[in-house]
Design a protein around this ligand. Structure first.
Ligand SMILES: C[S@@+](CC[C@H](N)C(=O)[O-])C[C@H]1O[C@@H](n2cnc3c(N)ncnc32)[C@H](O)[C@@H]1O
Length: 218
């Protein structure tokens, strides 16, 4: 994505610090291009669980990917900022964000994204959310998870430090609860009938991030 496109997205948000964060995130983190690449050729609605300020919606629009988008997040400030940005971009006819907890998913069928959300839930709630996410997949839909995985390396410890500061700053009240291992994600998804692919996805960040993609077995 060009610098001008990143600036245009950042300009949709009110706060200077938020705009700086958005520019950095869009230039350093491969999670949005990776998600776009997975869903671009399979147009269907996208449910973005834990959508934050809706950067994925803005990124998809900037790339010309015109799926219907429904985001949800339990942080009202982020939902308001995201919906203001959607309105400013003139996208509110097909993109919207709702204030809700992950345990309260709407009626929906399509692709499902869980980007950097799972570790804010305890292990048992992660398991329940994985099951619910699979139930919201359309037959050809993809479950796209990006998360830090628990591994004995310095990147994992760098992630824990970052999360400490995020919680202290008030950006993510409550903070990280449980970092899943690769098997904690793979096994329940396979039992739910998905083929699962897991690969490293950290781009220019120091974090121990992975992309986990689930598709129904044919
Ligand atoms: C690191 S942010 C990721 C935002 C977005 N997915 C992205 O990648 O741009 C994690 C988000 O998960 C949300 N979240 C955490 N626990 C949640 C819960 N129980 N219900 C809904 N949202 C939750 C937080 O409010 C936060 O916006």
């Amino acid at each position: 994505m060009s610098r001008a496109a990143r600036d245009a997205i950042a300009g949709l948000y009110d706060h200077r610090l938020q705009r700086g964060y958005i520019r950095w995130k869009l230039s350093a983190d491969p999670v949005y291009p990776a998600t776009a690449a997975i869903i671009a050729n399979q147009p269907m609605p996208l449910l973005d669980i834990g959508c934050g300020i809706g950067l994925l919606a803005q990124y998809l629009h900037a790339r010309g990917i015109a799926q219907r988008y429904l985001g949800l997040d339990h942080d009202e400030r982020k939902i308001s900022a995201g919906n203001r940005a959607v309105q400013r971009a003139g996208l509110d006819a097909r993109m919207t964000m709702h204030h809700a907890d992950v345990s309260d998913l709407p009626t929906f069928q399509g692709h499902v994204a869980l980007l950097d959300v799972l570790h804010y839930l305890p292990a048992d709630r992660q398991h329940a959310l994985l099951q619910a996410s699979v139930r919201h997949l359309a037959p050809e839909g993809c479950l796209i998870i990006r998360n830090v995985l628990r591994e004995p390396n310095w990147r994992f410890h760098a992630t824990r430090m970052e999360e400490f500061f995020l919680q202290a700053s008030g950006w993510i009240p409550g903070g990280a609860q449980h970092y899943p291992s690769a098997d904690e994600l793979r096994t329940p998804l396979q039992h739910a009938g998905l083929e699962v692919d897991i690969r490293s996805l950290r781009g220019n960040t120091p974090y121990n991030s992975y992309l986990v993609v689930g598709r129904r077995r044919r």
